[in-house]
Design a binder for this molecule. Structure first.
Ligand code: PNS
Length: 164
């Protein structure tokens, strides 16, 4: 059974991520969405909230599993799961340099682990960082994040709006 790891911060998951996962399911039987707990970043959503948002979107689809990736090397995490494909999304040319670097470093570390890229297509402009900025300024995110994520963003941002 062909499986892939799709790792990232997912703070929060966007429709761009969902499009990559859905496209990935054309090629893979199973995708593990691995949420990185990065102690150097201060995420808006807790690891539990980020996993819950992913699970909400794939409640009906057993091919997608959300997991917590607690640091260390991505290729080691992939091996620990018995998976040798890392799935990455590419938005615009700006992504290419860093993705090439990461994929090549991963190949050096683990030649048995292959990185596969899928184009983000319509969602080339969507990033979690931009989503949080727009949400904090009260912008409408319909169509760029799932409705439930939009609701969670509104709840998170409400106290900030109140305190100015
Ligand atoms: O959401 P992101 O920031 O695009 O995710 C980046 C991620 C998690 C894929 C990347 O930071 C990563 O692979 N981290 C694990 C550390 C690692 O393996 N580093 C060496 C290979 S580049």
């Amino acid at each position: 059974m062909a499986a892939a790891i799709y790792a990232g911060s997912f703070d929060p998951i966007t429709n761009g991520h969902l499009a990559i996962i859905r496209a990935g399911l054309v090629a893979f039987d199973r995708i593990i969405v691995a949420v990185l707990t990065n102690p150097t970043k201060s995420p808006l959503f807790s690891i539990e909230e980020r996993i819950a948002m992913i699970e909400d979107e794939f409640a009906e689809d057993r091919r997608v599993e959300a997991d917590c990736f607690e640091g260390g090397l991505l290729v080691e995490y992939a091996r620990s799961k018995g998976v040798n494909v890392v799935l990455r999304g590419l938005r615009a040319v700006g992504d290419f340099d860093s993705e090439l670097q990461m994929a090549t470093m991963n190949r050096n570390l683990a030649p048995d682990v292959v990185t596969v890229f899928i184009m983000a297509n319509d969602y080339f402009f969507v990033s979690s960082t931009l989503i949080k900025e727009v949400a904090s300024l009260g912008g409408d995110l319909t169509g760029v994040v799932p409705e439930r994520v939009q609701q969670r963003l509104a709840v998170k941002m409400a106290p900030r709006a109140a305190t100015g």
